[in-house]
Design a protein around this ligand. Structure first.
Ligand SMILES: [Zn+2]
Length: 226
């Protein structure tokens, strides 16, 4: 910033600390902050400095050029938290570098909101997940198919495929919507050694259910009418 701009910044500081403006101070601050522009963030740095209580409660706050530099940098880098470049997948490396630099500058200055409000995932996966991922893509080679089935076979309905929903051995039964549910009756029956129902039994069972739901509906309508 120029000496004139440094003078305006010092006048802003004076609003907080009653310092006396002087040409020497303006020139000194301009020299110390030559590469720092006089902008909203420089003014915000002063406001943040005086808005933060001193570490020692008795200490009188008196801002220095290096405070403006540091706090302005903090304010700008806070805007870049979670920044993720929003670019064109087809751009060249040169375009990528240029666009990314412009986007960083626009977001850091607050002219443009960060393209990503979502926190970016950083770091390796959780150790538990990493151990699991180690196994992905490896062929399981121990034992024949029959032995592997025997390994997951267990007593009870899960020890066999479900005749109703075709859930595989060891897997839970599912509703038509795909949600896990208690084992289907025929699967339980099979596990208990009961004979599989013939077509006639199934037909009678369907009829019984249609009857039950019809009665239920009639009952509900009657209650609504009452
Ligand atoms: Zn089932």
């Amino acid at each position: 910033m120029t000496p004139a701009e440094a003078g305006r910044l010092l006048a802003h500081c004076a609003a907080f600390d009653n310092r006396q403006p002087s040409r020497a101070a303006s020139e000194g601050w301009s020299a110390a902050l030559r590469d720092v522009p006089f902008d909203e963030d420089a003014l915000a740095a002063v406001a943040r400095y005086y808005g933060t209580p001193p570490r020692d409660p008795g200490q009188r706050l008196w801002i220095q050029p290096h405070d403006v530099r540091t706090l302005r940098k903090t304010i700008r880098s806070e805007r870049l938290e979670n920044f993720s470049y929003d670019g064109d997948p087809d751009e060249s490396p040169q375009q990528y570098l240029t666009h990314r630099r412009h986007q960083l500058a626009a977001v850091a200055s607050g002219r443009q909101p960060s393209p990503s409000a979502r926190p970016a995932l950083t770091g390796p996966p959780h150790p538990q997940l990493a151990r699991f991922l180690e196994g992905v893509g490896h062929t399981v080679e121990n034992g024949s198919a029959a032995e592997q089935v025997a390994a997951v076979r267990r007593p009870g309905p899960l020890g066999r495929d479900c005749p109703t929903c075709s859930a595989r051995t060891g897997r839970p039964c599912r509703t038509p919507g795909g949600k896990p549910r208690a084992a289907h009756r025929h699967r339980v029956d099979a596990a208990l050694g009961h004979p599989a129902p013939d077509a006639g039994t199934t037909e009678r069972e369907m009829e019984r259910r249609r009857d039950a739901s019809r009665r239920y509906l009639e009952n509900t309508h009657a209650q609504d009418a009452a």
